[in-house]
Design a protein around this ligand. Structure first.
Ligand code: NAP
Length: 276
């Protein structure tokens, strides 16, 4: 059987095996997909060993996405903007390639599963870490009209905006510190900080949200995240967590490896049903 897997540390709670096994079943693809507990000292040799033993593809999760990007020889443009990779594969010639499917997963979840029109929207991204880096270029490609990035550490947001401007300056992009976030409503506000995990969301102006605003948290878990709760109280029209992005980024990886697009929406429905 063709062999795939996900490597991270810790990896015990990863939902990727369940998602990919479901994809394989629905598309009739004979493959196995395993969890691999990576080590901080040995990540690179563990990846090389996996491919040398005939493995065909790896998903990469925290804390190895930057190291996966550095290890690969061929890197997609979206991985280059992110400077991080969540998908690795091997060409027929034996060259290790890296891609980043997080942003495509977000855009597909928003546009296909949630029916949101990104084209022409004003978008605010909170955070400028690895996840934010992964989503900004696909958002720009989806035709948004304006991209504002706010981060606790202003310099990281400024660096990201400068890098985006060096690739293309068709869409206005601006960096803000948390205390300078503009106080007008956006059509889309995305939480790409890690606050869903720690639950320590700093305050945001209530005026960011109105009935037309989609508040989207990349984080997910049982019940609404602190960001989604804050958005609901401030009057946002729609609140969504990042489970759909998780499924759709996996679907994009599956497509890169197998050339077949699995039905993300169906797997997402099954996952949500299993969570309740
Ligand atoms: P990261 O690289 O560690 O970046 C963390 C970001 O959160 C930084 O911008 C950091 O600001 C900010 N932050 C942390 N604590 C904060 C606080 N108390 N107040 C304000 N800002 C704070 O993490 P990441 O890889 O970007 O991941 C971010 C989140 O995205 C995680 O929850 C992860 O699970 C989620 N994610 C979801 C998916 C999906 O498929 N749904 C995919 C990828 C990631 P500073 O720069 O100031 O430190």
């Amino acid at each position: 059987m063709d062999r795939y897997g996900v490597i991270g540390h810790p990896i015990r709670h990863s939902r990727s095996p369940a998602i990919h096994q479901h994809f394989a079943l629905l598309t009739g693809q004979p493959l196995s997909y395993e969890r691999i507990e990576g080590t901080l000292e040995g990540f690179e040799s563990e990846v090389i060993r996996f491919f040398a033993a005939g493995g065909l593809g790896l998903n990469v999760t925290l804390p190895f996405k930057e190291r996966a990007f550095a290890l690969a020889v061929e890197r997609s443009p979206r991985a280059q903007v992110a400077r991080a990779a969540n998908t690795l594969g091997m060409t027929l010639e034996g060259t290790l390639w890296a891609d980043n499917t997080d942003g495509e997963g977000l855009v597909r979840d928003m546009t296909l599963n949630l029916g949101v029109t990104l084209a022409g929207s004003r978008v605010l991204v909170l955070g400028a870490g690895g996840a934010a880096r992964g989503i900004v270029q696909p958002l720009l490609k989806a035709g948004i009209a304006q991209l504002d990035i706010a981060n606790r550490t202003l310099m990281r947001a400024q660096t990201l905006v400068r890098e985006l401007e060096s690739v293309s300056n068709e869409v206005p992009c601006h960096a803000f510190s948390w205390s300078e976030i503009p106080e007008h409503p956006y059509e889309v506000v995305i939480n790409a900080t890690s606050t869903a995990v720690a639950g320590d969301m700093p305050p945001l102006p209530a005026t960011l949200f109105d009935q037309r605003t989609l508040a989207y948290d990349l984080g997910y878990g049982k019940g609404p995240t602190p960001f989604l709760e804050l958005a609901r109280q401030a009057g946002a029209g729609q609140m969504e967590d990042g489970l759909g992005m998780l499924v759709e980024q996996a679907a994009e990886s599956f497509y890169l490896w197998r050339g077949i697009r699995p039905p993300g929406a169906e797997v997402l429905r099954a996952l949500r049903a299993a969570c309740h």
